[in-house]
Design a protein around this ligand. Structure first.
Ligand code: PMT
Length: 396
């Protein structure tokens, strides 16, 4: 199955100050595994040099329709080889050209001659954006099936404040990847837990762990890309909410359990990624415990197992467990999968996975063991979801 990360993108730059953000966008798209070919208008060259984009992409930047190497057919050659054309920044002038089907330079000709999706990231002064002419052009492009990403509101290069800023490169890279994924999970409701839990000892102290939430949030993002409706029950993390997910913030394992119980009936898939504390303090103190020279003993009592509860429901969703082990990965993971009667469990080495940007999941199902090559957590998440789609397909 083709993944976003093998996509070929033509990144078109038009003449606006936001062109500087296109350099970072090119870098982030390449980081996701995409192949990026840059084409620039003459005006864009006043804001950023082709040399910068060439250095980042490793490909000669195309600026002219009349490039001899392309035999005068650059507009056809480029658009036929692309999975999508992304115009970032897209100026008011270029948007007007697109809306009217004009083709008087390489980029506009390529957009008109294309047979692949067109994605644009508008960038302009707020009054240009609000002008009825621009709004008419944007409405026309939407009606023509063009994907419009942004713009954002905020302080502008001209010193004014309002709508018209191009989205930040990170947001654009995410939205471009999402819009290129086939929507295999459209209509599917996914409930997942992520991050650590925090079990209070007193008013200021508690028991927690080093889970950052990155793995769970990456799965939420990958599921959104595939068109799923995502409810993310998250322990305390420093991460921002994946756009489009319903996030339920919780603290303790008991809170997490309550949130899962509330949402599980409506879900088709449950994924337990959270590092849930196995124990909580029997009697936590509402006040800060005063220091003394005597030993302090805390009595810990077991927390409910959320995943086991969900898997044992009379009509459970498709349940996916995680296991973080420091040793004997295969043996312990299989034990956990069997004990909770899970169709799928993703195991990782705790010391490698926790808090890290990369991971190396090993998936265990009835057919055996499937190792995913080491990669960033979003790539792992996408591969895990493809595996879930395959297994659910076999079940139905
Ligand atoms: O958050 P990151 O920094 O990105 O790190 C990701 C991760 C390492 C935390 C993640 O990939 C992972 O392995 N999560 C599971 C962590 C774990 O401690 O698993 P466990 O072996 O304790 O639990 C097994 C399964 O039961 C898990 O799906 C867990 O969510 C679930 N569980 C456990 C205890 C409990 N009381 N309730 C549960 O639902």
């Amino acid at each position: 199955m083709e993944q976003t990360n093998s996509k070929r993108i033509v990144l078109g730059l038009t003449g606006g100050i936001a062109a500087y953000k296109a350099a970072e966008l090119a870098r982030l798209l390449i980081k996701q595994g995409m192949e990026v070919q840059v084409a620039m208008t003459e005006a864009a060259r006043h804001f950023i040099t082709p040399a910068t984009l060439q250095a980042l992409t490793g490909k000669a930047v195309l600026t002219s329709q009349w490039d001899e190497a392309q035999n005068g057919m650059a507009h056809i050659n480029l658009s036929r080889a692309a999975d999508a054309i992304v115009i970032a920044p897209a100026t008011a002038d270029f948007i007007a050209k697109l809306a009217h089907g004009q083709a008087n330079d390489l980029l506009s000709t390529m957009c008109l001659a294309r047979n692949c999706p067109l994605i644009i990231a508008p960038a302009m002064n707020r009054q240009m954006w609000e002008h009825p002419a621009t709004q008419r052009n944007i409405a026309q492009l939407k009606a023509d099936g063009v994907t419009i990403l942004g713009p954002d509101s905020g302080l502008q290069a001209c010193g004014e404040e309002g709508m018209g800023r191009m989205l930040e490169a990170e947001q654009l890279a995410h939205d471009i990847a999402a819009s290129l994924q086939p929507k295999f999970l459209a209509g599917t409701k996914i409930l997942l837990t992520a991050g650590p839990t925090y079990e209070a000892i007193d008013a200021v102290r508690g028991i927690t762990n080093r889970s950052s939430g990155k793995m769970g949030y990456a799965i939420a993002q990958a599921a959104l890309e595939l068109g799923a409706q995502v409810t993310l029950v998250s322990g305390p993390t420093a991460l921002s909410c994946p756009q489009g997910a319903q996030v339920v913030n919780v603290s303790s394992a008991a809170d997490m359990f309550e949130a899962v119980k509330q949402h599980v009936a409506a879900s088709d898939i449950f994924i337990g990624v959270a590092a849930v504390a196995d124990y909580r303090v029997a009697q936590s103190s509402a006040q800060k415990i005063k220091k003394s020279d005597a030993n302090l003993t805390l009595e810990l009592v077991p927390n409910p197992d959320i995943l086991a509860y969900v898997a044992a429901l009379p009509r459970p969703p498709f349940c996916v467990g995680f296991a973080a082990e420091s040793e004997n990965l295969k043996e312990y993971a299989e034990q956990k999968r069997r004990a909770k009667k899970l169709p799928l469990l993703a195991a990782n080495l705790a010391q490698q996975a926790i808090g890290a940007d990369d991971n190396e999941l090993v998936l265990f199902d009835d057919a055996g063991e499937h190792k995913l090559p080491s990669s960033n957590k979003l790539t792992q998440a996408r591969a895990l979801l493809q595996h879930i789609i395959k297994l659910r397909g076999k079940q139905s």
